[in-house]
Ligand binder design. Structure first.
Ligand SMILES: C[S@@+](CC[C@H](N)C(=O)[O-])C[C@H]1O[C@@H](n2cnc3c(N)ncnc32)[C@H](O)[C@@H]1O
Length: 259
C-alpha cells in the first residue's frame, strides 16, 4: 500500500505565492510545445499546479487535462483558465497523479518542473509511471523534467538560508521575500527544502508562511531503469530546455520516453 503523498499539503500552504515566485519561468514552454507538435494532443499535464504549463498548451490549441492534488493550486489554475477563456479546451481534475483513471488516450504526458521528485519510494514512482503509460496511445510520449543532480550543488546545501526572490504583491502591495534552506540526506537519497515566505506588512511587522518539501535525488540511470520496469520503450535524454543531449553536468534531466 502506498503511503499518502505528503507533498500537496506543502503546496496548499504556499499556493498563493507560487505564480509570483515561479510564474516568470518560461524556458520550458518552447520545449513543451515542440513535443506537443511532435506527438499531438490531447496532452496530460501531470502535477498541473497553478496551470503554468496548462495555459500555453491550451492557447496553442491542444486539449489539456491537468491532474493536481492540491486544492489551493487547482483553484488558481481554474481561475486562470476561466479568465483566459480556455475552459472549453481544459479539464482540471483533483486527483493523486500516482493512481488516477481516465478513459482517454493521450499523445503527450508531461510531468514538469521537478514534479516527479515529490515521489520518493520506488513503489510510488513505478505506480505513477505505469499509470501514465496506460494513459498514452501507442507511440505516445511521456516527458519527465527534473533537476539534474550535480554533486557540487548538493554538497553546498548546508542548511543556510538563501534569499531566492523578492517582489511586491500585486494585491496587497506588501513586499514578499522567499528564502530557501536545504539539506541532503544521502541515506534516503533526498534533499529536504524549507521554504519561507516573509511578507513585510505596512507597519513593518513580518508575517511568515513556511513549508517543507522532500525531493528525491534522481539519477539518470535510476530513471532509465524505472522507465524500463514500467514498460516504456526508447528514451531520449535532454540536458536542458533547448533539448540538447544530456551530459553529467547538465542543469536539467529530461527523459522523453515512448509508450
Ligand atoms: C513543482 S510543482 C509544478 C507545477 C506546474 N507543473 C509547473 O510547472 O509550474 C509540482 C506540483 O505537483 C503536485 N503534486 C505533487 N504530488 C502530487 C501527487 N501525488 N498527485 C498530484 N499532484 C501532485 C504539487 O501539488 C504541485 O502543484
Amino acid at each position: 500500500m502506498m503511503a499518502p503523498s505528503p507533498e500537496p499539503a506543502g503546496f496548499e500552504a504556499v499556493a498563493r505565492f507560487y505564480d509570483a515566485h515561479h510564474g516568470r519561468l518560461q524556458d520550458d514552454i518552447p520545449a513543451l510545445l515542440r513535443y506537443a507538435r511532435r506527438c499531438g494532443g490531447p496532452v496530460l499535464d501531470l502535477g498541473a499546479g497553478t496551470g503554468r504549463l496548462t495555459l500555453p498548451l491550451a492557447r496553442a490549441g491542444y486539449p489539456v487535462v491537468g491532474i493536481e492534488s492540491a486544492a489551493a493550486m487547482l483553484s488558481i489554475a481554474r481561475q486562470r483558465v476561466e479568465a483566459a477563456g480556455l475552459a472549453d479546451r481544459v479539464e482540471l481534475i483533483q486527483a493523486d497523479f500516482r493512481s488516477f483513471q481516465l478513459d482517454r488516450a493521450f499523445g503527450l504526458a508531461w510531468c514538469g518542473y521537478n514534479g516527479f521528485l515529490h515521489l520518493h519510494e520506488q513503489d510510488e514512482q513505478l505506480a505513477a509511471l505505469r499509470c501514465w503509460r496506460r494513459h498514452l496511445r501507442p507511440g505516445g510520449v511521456l516527458v519527465i523534467d527534473v533537476e539534474n543532480p550535480r554533486l557540487e550543488r548538493l554538497a553546498a546545501l548546508d542548511g543556510s538560508l538563501e534569499l531566492s526572490a523578492r517582489w511586491q504583491d500585486a494585491e496587497t502591495g506588501h513586499t514578499v521575500q522567499a528564502f530557501y534552506a536545504g539539506w541532503v540526506s544521502l541515506a534516503d537519497q533526498v534533499q529536504e527544502l524549507e521554504l519561507l515566505y516573509d511578507e513585510i506588512l505596512a507597519d513593518g511587522t513580518v508575517r511568515r508562511t513556511a513549508t517543507r518539501f522532500v525531493l528525491h535525488i534522481l539519477f539518470r540511470r535510476e530513471l532509465a531503469l524505472l522507465l524500463e520496469l514500467a514498460g516504456f520503450g526508447a528514451v531520449t535524454w535532454h540536458g536542458d530546455y533547448d533539448l540538447s543531449p544530456w551530459e553529467a553536468d547538465s542543469p536539467r534531466l529530461l527523459a522523453a520516453a515512448t509508450a
